[in-house]
Design a protein. Structure first.
Length: 471
């Protein structure tokens, strides 16, 4: 019993008590040697939920990682809207110190357990949660590559016939992470029937939403063709137009919100959206009247993405992008929605709606991406030390303030296309996004268009300054 409890604590991410860390003879384990008080306080507190637990903040993110709470919401007042990605890896390293095996060895054990269906529902849930946690916080290409032909079918069996909502949802999230870790060129056609069945036939909205998200990742990074991407966009749009009815979730905000996010992610990978624009913008305009603020903001962001695609198409080709709706009508409608929302939604939802719609209106007016701030400050006068300016030319706008922190880098979110990709990665990877950004080529490809800044710029040495002076 003691060994089982220790193993469960190690896999769930909880530390052992002082008593539990003693050997049978009363001596301490190596990892429990006394430390100074300065070292006993971690730089960042771990999150409060295990991998695989549901997140309440966002419908599309069913299973947030331990430190996902470090991400700032879109309605934050801070200049940089970031997600901290350091504590998860540090926590997992600490678990490795307490364990006699490495994360790769534990992953191999979990892979063997995933393939074994002759276990209790609870045991399968725990295995899937542990498997998902490791894949989120480590780039496990070599381990997954060896067993993907057996793991994917096993996950599909759990999605189709899992004995609980938890098992089916975890299996779907695990499938998404497996595809992101090892993007096989043939996996999309293999998983498509099961994911569509989960969207349409599963009774639980959480499973439907997770399957919708998995579908968007599978078609873009699982070998889906451009034709398949167009078909998935149409399929997702049908869910949005019918308020979730076509997916067996009539008027379910979580499912419609997931479809909106998935549509944006797939659309960000499609070169020409003109064929989808008329029907799509009509559906998004209708969803602006939803009573769910997540659905309203998702629809607004997708409208902004379509107008951005139209601007880029016209700039690149010199041809007109046939988009029927005019910007003024949309901005007027959004202003009306924000005004009327005080009577229908919560204070938090109203704040989120006002912040996002303000960003969208600025985007449409100025031809900018999300989070652009027209506020600013005057250039500093070096002679007076003040902020007064002598002319309008010296006024500097704050510019793009929606950003994502990954380790020591800042990803500037300056397009709606990039915004859609980042939102999906935050939902799928949680606190593991930093690890995958540095090591996983798939994630690097997804964020390839992003402008990246260093959080701390290295100081120039006297030698380099002297060299510049000589030049």
């Amino acid at each position: 019993m003691h060994d089982l409890r220790k193993k469960a604590l190690l896999e769930s991410g909880k530390t052992l008590s002082r008593k539990a860390r003693l050997k049978p003879d009363g001596s301490r384990l190596k990892s429990d040697t006394p430390r100074s008080s300065a070292n006993q306080s971690p730089n960042q507190s771990p999150g409060n939920s295990r991998a695989g637990s549901r997140a309440n903040s966002r419908p599309g993110s069913r299973y947030a990682s331990e430190d996902e709470g470090g991400a700032s919401d879109a309605d934050n007042d801070d200049d940089i809207m970031t997600m901290s990605t350091n504590s998860a890896s540090a926590d997992d390293d600490e678990f490795d110190e307490l364990s006699s095996s490495t994360w790769s060895e534990r992953l191999r054990d979990h892979i063997a357990e995933v393939k074994d269906r002759k276990r209790s529902i609870q045991a399968r849930e725990e295995t899937l949660a542990a498997y998902l946690h490791i894949l989120r916080h480590h780039f496990a290409l070599s381990e997954i590559k060896k067993s993907v032909s057996e793991v994917v079918p096993a996950l599909l069996r759990s999605i189709r016939g899992g004995g609980s909502e938890e098992e089916r949802t975890l299996a779907t999230a695990a499938l998404t992470m497996t595809i992101l870790t090892f993007p096989s060129e043939t996996v999309f056609e293999h998983v498509l029937p099961t994911l569509k069945a989960a969207c349409e036939e599963d009774e639980e909205a959480t499973v439907k939403a997770e399957a919708i998200q998995a579908l968007s990742l599978a078609v873009t990074y699982g070998g889906g063709s451009s034709t398949a991407a167009d078909e998935v966009l149409d399929y997702l749009l049908e869910i949005i137009e019918s308020d979730g009815r076509s997916a067996g979730a009539d008027d379910n905000g979580a499912v419609v919100s997931a479809a909106l996010q998935a549509w944006a992610f797939v659309a960000s990978h499609v070169e020409d959206l003109e064929a989808h624009s008329d029907q799509a913008i009509e559906a998004f305009m209708e969803q602006l009247d939803s009573t769910d603020p997540d659905v309203q903001t998702g629809a607004g962001c997708n409208i902004a993405l379509l107008f951005e695609a139209a601007r880029e198409y016209e700039q690149e080709t010199g041809e007109s992008f046939n988009l029927q709706y005019n910007q003024h009508r949309i901005m007027t409608r959004m202003a009306e929605i924000v005004k009327d929302s005080s009577k229908t939604i919560s204070k938090k939802g109203r704040k989120q709606l006002r912040s996002k719609f303000s960003s969208i209106v600025t985007s449409l007016e100025r031809g900018k991406g999300p989070g652009y701030s027209t506020a600013g400050r005057g250039a500093v006068n070096p002679h007076t030390g003040g902020n007064k300016t002598s002319g309008q030319a010296e006024f500097q706008e704050f510019g793009y303030r929606e950003k994502l922190r990954v380790n020591d880098q800042i990803v500037v979110i300056n397009t709606w296309s990039l915004h859609a990709r980042v939102e999906t990665l935050k939902a799928v990877l949680g606190g593991g996004i930093g690890k995958h950004y540095m090591e996983n080529p798939v994630i690097k490809d997804i964020l390839d268009s992003a402008e990246v800044e260093l959080l701390w710029k290295p100081k120039k040495s006297k030698h380099s300054i002297a060299e510049e002076d000589e030049d």
